[in-house]
Structures are given as C-alpha cells and as structure tokens.
Design a protein around this ligand. Structure first.
Ligand code: MF3
Ligand code: CO
Length: 232
C-alpha cells in the first residue's frame, strides 16, 4: 500500500523541469507519513530513499537536485518500503512529455514482459520457465535483457533467495512453491545487454552502448491456485 502510494504520488507530480531529488522527497515524505521506512535509505550505504534511472541508466540511478528531467526522457522509479519488518519492492516507468515512438515501444514491451511473467507464475513449475517467457518476449521485439542483475525473493529481507534471472532456461531454477514471494523486474535494453557501473558513485548501472533501458517491477506471491500481485 505504501509502495503504491509513493509511486502514485510520483505519477501525479512528475514533469519536465523537475529534478530527481524532488522524487526522492515525495517518496520519503509519503513513506514516513504512512508509518513506513524507505528500504533503500542506507541500504549497503545507498544514500537516498528511492532509485531514479533515466534513459540509458539501467538501474540504481541516485536522485540528485542537479539532474533535471527533460522532455522525451523515460524514467524508472524503483521504490521499496519496510513496514512492520516486512519489505515491499516495485517500480514503474514514467514518460516525460513527448517521448519518441521507439522509447514508448520499449516501455510498453517491458511492461508486457512483466505481464507475461505474471501469467507464467504458476505453482509447482520452475522459476526458469517464467524467466524464459519474459526473455522470449523481449527477444521477439529485438531487445536484450540484462543478465547480471535480476529479481529476488523479498519479504523478511530486502533481497532473499532465489536470484530470479530473465535469461533463464526452462526447467531450471527454484520450484515455485505456494508461499514464495519474489520480484519480476526485467531490465530490457534497446541495444546491447552489456552494462557497466558508475565508477564515481559505485551504484548506477548504464547500458554500454548508451541506448535506453526500461524496467517495471512487481512483487508477487505464489498461491495454491496461481499468484497474487502484492505491489506494482
Ligand atoms: N529496489 C531495487 C530492487 O529492485 C534495489 C535497490 S537497492 C538500492 O531490487 F540500494 F540501490 F536502493
Ligand atoms: Co527488486
């Protein structure tokens, strides 16, 4: 609920000319006003309450008052909350003003990848079946999926087993047993799947070719009969 409220509040406020620190302020204020704790803040030394990743930033973009959103940008806002000792984790894409057709398509197909992953979250099948279905949809559209970073179990800890790959082979990985909670969060790149980490801040990941990357993230519970989305 808090995670959704944060991402809804960002949706209401985000616009060209805004800086990404303002997004951080919205997430921090919304989370605290609802009694939660921003899970990102001080996580392994991370300095802010949310990740804001623009265009060729794949993930872990650090909010900054000098980073001004421009018309045509695509932005991932990745929000995580702790409430009563439990973690939530989800992210959405936001499009600023007039966005090019090729970026719009990347954002749309990446969302479809997550929807396909949700449909493939079937109890007593392998998590690799789900990851493969996600990957296939990205490949069908001429995109690549980041290999090194993926989803994760999420509940009592921020990042729990299993590591959830979206370049997985069918029939591999953990059995999706009812009660398992994990994230579906493919990072889909318009160009190469090669990435690198920011040498200065040690967090932000970029595409090696500078082409855009998109990501949506849901937290999902495997149930006896299918699944339940906990946050999006
Ligand atoms: N929210 C990210 C995820 O989806 C993790 C961010 S960790 C941080 O797993 F320290 F960069 F905030
Ligand atoms: Co996550």
């Amino acid at each position: 609920m808090i995670n959704r409220a944060c991402l809804d509040a960002v949706a209401d406020a985000i616009h060209a000319g805004m800086n990404t620190q303002e997004i951080d302020d919205i997430v921090y204020d919304t989370t605290l006003s609802m009694g939660g704790i921003p899970a990102d803040l001080h996580y392994e030394g991370y300095p802010k309450s949310v990740c804001t990743s623009v265009n060729e930033e794949v993930c872990h973009g650090i909010p900054d008052e000098n980073r001004i959103l421009q018309d045509g940008d695509i932005v991932n806002v990745d929000c995580s909350t702790i409430l009563n000792g439990f973690f939530s984790d989800s992210s959405r894409m936001y499009m600023i003003g007039e966005v090019s057709e090729d970026k719009k398509k990347l954002v749309q197909v990446t969302k479809e990848c997550v929807e396909i992953g949700i449909k493939a979250t079937v109890p007593w099948t392998c998590i690799g079946d789900m990851g493969h279905a996600v990957h296939q949809h990205a490949l069908d559209n001429g995109y690549t999926v980041v290999r090194e970073i993926g989803g994760h179990g999420c509940g009592i800890e921020f990042h729990e087993d299993p590591f959830v790959s979206y370049v997985a082979k069918p029939g591999t990985g953990m059995l999706m047993v009812p009660g398992l909670v994990f994230t579906i969060e493919p990072m889909v790149n318009m160009g190469t799947d090669e990435i690198y980490e920011d040498a200065d801040n040690g967090w932000t990941i970029y595409t090696a070719d500078g082409k855009p990357s998109a990501q949506w993230e849901v937290q999902i519970l495997v149930t006896e009969t299918g699944n339940e989305i906990l946050t999006w």
